[in-house]
Design a protein around this ligand. Structure first.
Ligand code: ADP
Ligand code: ZN
Length: 358
């Protein structure tokens, strides 16, 4: 196993560690064991792909430390981040007799992390949970910070809760089986961290050979942890993590969540936000081009092929739209971002003619 890197998210009594190493799954049992305060079994919430590939390794590690557990295995895909997926998880918890002192483990990508986290947040008004993220997106972004949610027919992430994990166990070796497209999906968020907070990370991502993934993951978690410590509940600085997301979410909605993966839509949204900022005169010229280059180097498409004007209705119905204004995250330059209340009409004119019109 590679040496374990450790970060702590300092949130007072809700503080927790993020541990990162290749091969760390082997230590899952010994890491979880000290968190147990009841005899009941630990529920491992996972999906068929992840459990298919890693049930032996995870089970062996838990069993070796004497941790009793039962898996709750869902089909893969965003469709499970739903009321019906939640019902399946609650049924599982009830069947296993998970108590408020119990512990649940989210073992999967962002879908499983969000779903299991929300189930844990609401189970008997809050059970502790451990994140064991298995996709790059979840390892660099969604497993840290305590945002949990499910989608409703009316919109994404509409039912949610802030519920911090008790521990995040990141085994970078699990990415070895992740499809290429899912790596790209996560790289889009990695580039985001460079764009909003770290010029040196951004520059490293633009080089070939690039930085090692475990180092990149550490750096993203470090940045996210720091931001979450200062703004756990997303009233200020944490909004910076939404860079590329306001337009990215609109693109996801426009494509019916089928066409683009989240990171792919965020890549388009990031380039659009940087281009808008340049037009508004608040972003250093050349930033959008730098983003294009770096995203493309990591296999992401950079120019939204649809009609950007069609994104406006989706922006108008964004849950963060207040009085015709949304919080746009804009760049001053690469590595430095800020939030600006921006009117929808201003966005419309800054977007005009951007993207690749069909
Ligand atoms: P995200 O993390 O982007 O929210 P998901 O949780 O939907 O994405 O995971 C994306 C896909 O990758 C799913 O089909 C999931 O089953 C699969 N998956 C997750 N982790 C791994 C892994 N380590 N190896 C192979 N497939 C994985
Ligand atoms: Zn995101």
């Amino acid at each position: 196993m590679s040496p374990v890197k450790k970060l702590t998210v300092g949130l007072g009594e809700r503080r927790y560690d993020i541990l990162i190493a290749e091969g760390l799954l082997r230590d899952l049992g010994s890491l979880v064991r000290p968190l147990l305060s009841s005899d009941g079994p630990v529920a491992v919430v996972t999906d068929e792909n992840v459990w298919g590939a890693y049930s032996d390794a995870a089970s062996a590690s838990l069993a070796a430390s004497g941790v009793k557990f039962e898996p709750i295995v869902l089909p893969p895909g965003e469709g499970n981040k739903s009321m019906s997926g939640l019902a399946t998880v609650y049924d599982g918890f009830a069947g296993l007799g998970v108590t408020r002192n119990g512990l649940v483990i989210a073992f999967g990508g962002g879908v499983i992390g969000d779903l299991c986290g929300f189930a844990a947040a609401t189970w008997m008004r809050g059970a502790r949970f451990v994140q064991v993220p298995t996709t790059l997106l979840a390892q660099v972004d969604s497993s840290v910070g305590g945002k949990t949610a499910i989608n409703l027919p009316q919109g994404k992430n509409l039912a949610g809760a802030f519920h911090q994990p008790s521990l995040v166990v990141i085994d970078t070796g699990l990415l070895g089986t992740l499809p290429d497209r899912e790596i790209k999906n996560g790289m889009s968020e990695v580039v985001k961290y460079g764009a909003i907070r770290s010029e040196s990370l951004f520059e490293a991502l633009g080089r070939r050979p690039g930085p090692e993934l475990p180092d990149v993951i550490f750096e993203c978690c470090r940045i996210k942890g720091e931001i979450v410590e200062r703004d756990e509940r997303d009233f200020g600085e944490r909004m910076l993590l939404n860079f590329g997301h306001t337009l990215g979410h609109a693109i996801e909605r426009q494509s019916g969540y089928e066409g683009y993966r989240h990171g792919e839509a965020v890549a388009f949204g990031s380039v659009l936000a940087a281009s808008m900022g340049e037009r508004m005169g608040v972003t250093e010229p050349g930033s959008a081009e730098a983003l294009r280059r770096t995203l493309a180097l990591h296999g992401l498409e950079t120019d939204y092929p649809g009609d950007v004007s069609e994104l406006l209705p989706a922006l108008a119905s964004d849950k963060k739209n207040l009085g015709g204004e949304v919080n746009m995250v804009l760049l001053r330059r690469i590595g430095d971002a800020f939030v600006r209340r921006t009117g929808l009409s201003e966005i419309a004119s800054a977007l005009e003619g951007l993207g690749r019109w069909t």
